[in-house]
Every structure is written in C-alpha cells, then in structure tokens.
Design a binder for this molecule. Structure first.
Ligand SMILES: Cc1cc2nc3c(=O)[nH]c(=O)nc-3n(C[C@H](O)[C@H](O)[C@H](O)COP(=O)(O)O)c2cc1C
Length: 257
C-alpha cells in the first residue's frame, strides 16, 4: 500500500476539496448578486413594456422605461399609496405575510392564489400632453401545473386591453405553454374587459366566433389546454375584478385615485 492510500489522507483530500469548492461557489454567488439584481430589474421592465406592446428592440430598456411611472396602489381602497417603498417592495413576499395580505377563500379566490397582498405596484404611461395613455397591472394565478405570472396592459379608458404577457409559468410547451405564442397574444389588444360594470373578458371554448355578440370580450382558448385556458380566464377576471384592480381603475377614470 502506498503511503497516499490511507483513509485519513483520502478524507483530508476530500474535505479540502469540499472547502475550496464551497468557498469558490459562495464567493461567486456573492460577487454575482448585484449583477443578478440588475438583470432581474431589467427583465421586469422589459416584460412590462412588452405586455403594453411598447418594447422596441435595439433601444436600451432603461431608456424606454423612462416613460413609465411606477406607483403603489392599496388594493383595499383602490387608491394610490405611499405606505410601502416601491424600490424594495416584494409583492410576492408580501402576499405570504399575514400582516401584509388577506386570506382568500372560495369564490373570492378564482385565481387560486390563497392570499392577496394589500399593496400592488402599477405602471402608468402618459401621452406627450401628460394625459394617461396606458396602465399596466401585475397579474398571477394558477393554470394546470403552475402559477402564471404576467402583466396586462389597458388603454386609458380602463376597459380596452392594450396587451398581455406572462414572464413565468410551468405549463406544458405546445399546450398550456402556448400562452407565450405571439399569435395568441396578438388577439388581446382591443378586447374589452367590462360589460355593464362586470368583468366579462374570458377565453372562449375553442376559437372565438366573430359573429357572437360576446366576441369583443372573448379570446381563443388554448387548444388541448382547457385547464390552462380556464386558469388564464380566471386570473384575468380576478385581477380586473373587485378583489383586484377594479376599484383602482374606477377611481383612476374618475380622477379620484
Ligand atoms: C404530458 C401532458 C401535459 C399536459 N399539459 C397541459 C397543460 O399545460 N395545460 C392544460 O390545460 N392541459 C394539459 N394537459 C391536458 C390535461 O391533462 C387535460 O387533458 C386537458 O386540459 C383537458 O382538456 P382538453 O379538452 O383541452 O384536452 C396535458 C396532458 C398531458 C398528458
């Protein structure tokens, strides 16, 4: 047996290797964190602009986002609020904290999110004349396999959809994952949300019949993905409904937010 074959030496080499590797990995994690945070913020801005159909390739995202104003809304009152600092407010973390959210159950939880945070960020875009042009709202809810996270953009009337996009979900590519298909997303702009004050927008079963009196409130269902389609309908209805941004949109239109 060579003098390097002993159990003590083997353990010593394994231990030293573990220590060196863990130091390298944790140093990399610490050093890369600021860059990851910057990229995460940039990605969020890109998704907000994309949902509103405002993303221009080749133009720096920060430059484009300069036309977007971020505010916080108290979902309980529908009014703008300064109660949380948007620069370090984590909406999803707040939704898990009983002090910063409220429990949802039964018909109140059609998006299947369990709890709804008190405060949500909203993104406002103004025309050159300082008039409201678009409002972009964060939305989320359960599909078949996952919670889908995204944004819906509305025109200044608070009723006409300007666009929709999801930036995170675990639905099956080719089935529920078709929520990312640009051709499906292209149907959303121009659709109406409310009918006689109630949320009417939904995904159709199959394709939208353009002759149907409800056509302006319907988007094609995702083929082979009835459950994801139902989830998308319900999450959109939740966030544009009374538990979501409806009180805020009403006040915004009336100039009372
Ligand atoms: C591997 C696999 C992945 C699936 N992924 C989805 C999905 O992402 N979304 C969905 O609604 N249904 C998905 N389905 C289908 C559902 O299980 C279910 O059959 C379907 O939603 C029923 O509605 P349909 O009439 O659209 O088929 C998947 C099925 C299989 C076998």
């Amino acid at each position: 047996m060579s003098k390097n074959d002993g159990i003590r030496k083997t353990l010593l080499v394994a231990l030293s290797l573990c220590i060196v590797c863990s130091v390298v990995v944790s140093t990399a994690a610490v050093l890369l964190k600021p860059a990851q945070d910057v990229n995460r913020t940039l990605d969020r801005k890109r998704n907000i602009l994309a949902a509103a159909g405002m993303l221009e390739e080749g133009v720096p995202v920060d430059e484009q986002f300069a036309q977007v104003q971020t505010r916080v809304v108290d979902l309980r009152t529908g009014e703008f609020s300064d109660a949380v600092d948007i620069s370090n407010y984590d909406q999803l973390k707040a939704a898990k904290n009983p002090a910063q959210s409220q429990n949802l159950a039964g018909d109140d939880d059609i998006a299947q999110i369990g709890r709804r945070e008190h405060y949500a960020p909203v993104y406002l875009v103004e025309t050159e004349d300082g008039e409201l042009d678009k409002v972009i709202l964060p939305i989320r809810g359960y599909g078949l396999w996952s919670t889908l996270h995204g944004f819906i953009a509305l025109e200044a009337d608070g009723n006409t959809v300007a666009g929709l996009g999801f930036y995170d979900h675990g639905e099956t590519p080719g089935l529920g994952g078709e929520v990312d298909n640009p051709r499906w997303k292209a149907q959303w702009p121009g659709k109406q949300v409310y009918r006689d004050g109630e949320v009417e927008i939904a995904l159709a079963k199959g394709s939208v019949d353009s002759a149907s009196p409800l056509a302006q409130w319907r988007v094609d269902g995702l083929s082979g993905a009835t459950l994801t389609s139902r989830g998308v309908s319900q999450l959109v209805q939740f966030w544009l409904g009374e538990q979501g941004f409806e009180p805020f949109l009403s006040k915004l239109k009336a100039g009372e937010a």
